[in-house]
Unconditional design. Structure first.
Ligand code: GN1
Ligand code: MG
Length: 350
């Protein structure tokens, strides 16, 4: 997909003076880098099949930009650039677009290579939620209803088993059985939802490593991609770090022998997160640090397998077994994580 001259001009770019290239590996939005002679920008087209109310995204970004500016003015926040009409988001040719400045001297990573990077990411995402601790999370709008509602994700999985592609259901027999056998992970989430000591917080909901910008010394500069910023529980952010950093290979890996949880990375994430979070977590919340990983790995396995059974309607697929493989990958990760429970808990108590 390419970007039209019209879209570029709404954000003040002259198509003959900029170079536009696809950027990043996100599954949902289309992201481009726009380079002029002296500057670079990130242009994004929002996927409106997923984000049905893009105006909610713009509302949230503006709300927290204002909140951070008055409460923690030193916090590095990347606000969108206004269009020639003065808007931070524009509806052009049946699509919603926005532009961010490219943060100079920054780079993004696709995998966590060492403990220092894991600590730094944990720290930055903890700091982010902590900086917004005083904001009433209910003032944020919901950009994707029930996004991390594991109860609903389980119900969607069960529905797919009755109405989905029968051949794909048959091919997924083992994965389906595994997910059913571990439905206690979904049941436990119900306890969390009804526990008043679990606070609804301003939650990022997509803490993969490429959503943190690093400087040349591998220190974090700021978190990016605030489309799924909504009220949520801390287990979403901490859990997605476990899900995406603990293993040296990603959810795309199909050689499952490489899927191994690294306890030292677990310890580094937790240390960093708790440092950034300060004393924000309640005792009940802090008791569920390990559960955060179960929650996110299990949910992602459910989502990938459900999508495979539903003929890839949500994520799409680069090859026929793509979502099947990603689900199997996440199940393998969850198995190793379950098996290492004791070791991981010893790590954080030391
Ligand atoms: C999607 O598009 P991306 O990669 O930022 C998804 C996340 C999943 C992730 C899995 C809005 O994120 O929830 O964890 O894929 N985002 C949405 O790779 O569904
Ligand atoms: Mg994202």
């Amino acid at each position: 997909m390419s970007v039209s001259e019209n879209v570029l001009s709404v954000f003040g770019f002259d198509a003959s003076l900029v170079a536009v290239k696809s950027h990043g590996e996100g599954l949902i939005n289309h992201t481009y880098i726009v380079e002029s002679e002296n500057n670079a920008y990130i242009l994004q087209k929002i996927n409106t099949a997923v984000f049905k109310n893009p105006v909610a995204i713009a509302h949230n970004i503006q709300l927290i930009a204002g909140y951070l500016a008055s409460n923690t003015p030193n916090y590095h926040f990347v606000a969108p650039i206004s269009s020639v009409h003065g808007n931070q988001m524009e509806y052009i040719e049946e699509g919603y677009y926005r532009v961010f400045p490219y943060v100079k001297g920054s780079h993004a990573k696709t995998v966590v290579q060492n403990e220092e990077q894991a600590y730094e990411a944990g720290y930055q995402f903890g700091l982010f939620t902590n900086a917004l601790n005083g904001l009433d999370a209910n003032d944020l709008q919901i950009t994707i209803p029930d996004f991390h509602n594991l109860t609903l994700r389980y119900a969607q999985f069960e529905l797919a088993l009755t109405s989905g592609n029968q051949d794909r259901i048959a091919a997924s027999k083992n994965q389906i059985q595994f997910l059913k056998d571990h439905s206690w992970i979904a049941n436990f989430f119900e306890k969390i939802k009804s526990n008043p000591n679990f606070k609804l917080r301003a939650t990022h909901h997509d803490t993969k490593i490429s959503n943190l910008l690093f400087d040349d010394h591998d220190k974090g500069i700021c978190v990016i991609d605030l489309d799924t910023l909504m009220p949520g529980y801390f287990i979403s952010d901490l859990g997605d770090m476990f899900r995406t950093y603990l293993c040296a290979v990603s959810e795309e890996e199909t050689d499952f022998s490489k899927i191994v949880v690294r306890p030292t990375i677990y310890k580094a994430i937790v240390k960093g997160y708790l440092k950034g979070a300060g004393n924000m977590l309640s005792i009940d919340e802090a008791d569920q640090i390990y559960y955060a990983g179960l929650f996110m790995m299990y949910m992602q396995a459910l989502r990938f397998l459900t999508d495979f059974i539903n003929d890839d309607i949500y994520y799409g697929a680069k090859y026929p077994l793509h979502n099947f493989n990603r689900a199997s990958n996440q199940i393998k990760l969850l198995e190793d994580y379950l098996q290492k429970k004791e070791i991981l808990q010893i790590e954080i108590n030391n």
